[in-house]
Design a protein around this ligand. Structure first.
Ligand SMILES: C[S@@+](CC[C@H](N)C(=O)[O-])C[C@H]1O[C@@H](n2cnc3c(N)ncnc32)[C@H](O)[C@@H]1O
Ligand SMILES: [Zn+2]
Length: 282
């Protein structure tokens, strides 16, 4: 058994440790958070919500699930799993949070890659209830919670790895929850990412954004990796799913969306950067 229960949840109201009691998480002050029958808990108090249904919609989550299940981003998942498992102590239980986990693809792939001699506790967190519901339905081994990166429901200094994959990093929170020497792994779109799709949906492409060379407070920069490979989409549905899971659907003009909808095949470049930061020793 290489996936172990996640033990470092904190009460989103007062930061005290949460303990599992039947089908709820409880803190010593009596705050209680039900675990839904699908296996996830809601740890985002209404006062921390900025809208009624924050994060990705049900439709975006379903589009991303179909696209990722088809395997187009498997090399990205393999690189993330490799980086997450590198240098973890064998025999000791380690823990990993996927902050903005979506429907859980990368955490499932990581769970499948954990060697037998390694013990890893997994926490998937997303602000979208639809994403967490879809993740929990597909795999019961990780702990799944609805929550926000802005106030992680996690005890300080407890994590070995934090993943932030095409997400919204909140470095001060990531630094708070990581152990000294723990690592943050980030996936971000590079300048050539899905260029062929952007050329179809936008009248002109914006100038490429340079890579941010800064290192967030509390971290040391480790070597990063460029992940570049081609993918071939072979149906209108796959193209529509990719568009629906990116910010491009909202940004494209009606003409741009119609041009993409008219395609039956599309050859694309994936260009993604995997950045690694290590929590400094303080
Ligand atoms: C582009 S998606 C990436 C999802 C997943 N990491 C993947 O690559 O498949 C960004 C995700 O961040 C979530 N999100 C947005 N704001 C968030 C926040 N403040 N805290 C946690 N998750 C957030 C969205 O609901 C969405 O699932
Ligand atoms: Zn509490």
């Amino acid at each position: 058994m290489s996936i172990t229960p996640f033990q470092a949840l904190a009460c989103p109201l007062d930061g005290q440790p949460l303990h599992r009691s039947g089908s709820a998480w409880r803190c010593a002050s009596g705050h209680s958070f039900d675990i839904a029958s699908q296996g996830y808990a809601h740890l985002l108090p209404v006062q921390h919500k900025r809208s009624r249904e924050p994060g990705d919609s049900k439709e975006m989550v379903a589009a991303r699930r179909r696209f990722l299940a088809a395997g187009f981003y498997r090399p990205l998942a393999a690189a993330v799993s490799r980086a997450a498992l590198a240098d973890l102590p064998a025999g000791l239980a380690s823990s990993c949070l996927d902050a903005g986990c979506g429907e859980g693809y990368y955490l499932r792939e990581l769970a499948a890659a954990v060697p037998d001699e390694q013990l890893l506790a997994l926490l998937g967190l997303d602000i979208s209830k639809w994403a967490v519901l879809a993740a929990a339905k597909q795999d019961r081994r990780p702990t799944w919670v609805v929550g926000t990166n802005a106030r992680l429901p996690v005890l300080p200094g407890t994590l070995d790895r934090v993943l932030c994959l095409f997400g919204f990093p909140v470095y001060a929170e990531f630094a708070r929850v990581l152990k000294p020497g723990g690592r943050l792994l980030q996936l971000d779109a590079g300048p050539g990412h899905l260029r062929e799709l952007r050329e179809i949906i936008y009248p002109s492409l914006k100038p490429e954004r340079p890579v941010d060379p800064s290192t967030p407070a509390g971290f040391i920069r480790r070597p990063s990796e460029a992940l570049r490979f081609p993918i071939e989409l072979t149906s209108t549905e796959q193209i529509a799913d990719l568009l629906a899971m990116t910010p491009h659907l909202f940004r494209a003009s009606a003409e741009g969306r119609a041009a993409a909808a008219a395609l039956a095949t599309l050859s694309l470049s994936v260009d993604v950067r995997l950045t690694c930061f290590e929590r400094d020793l303080g």
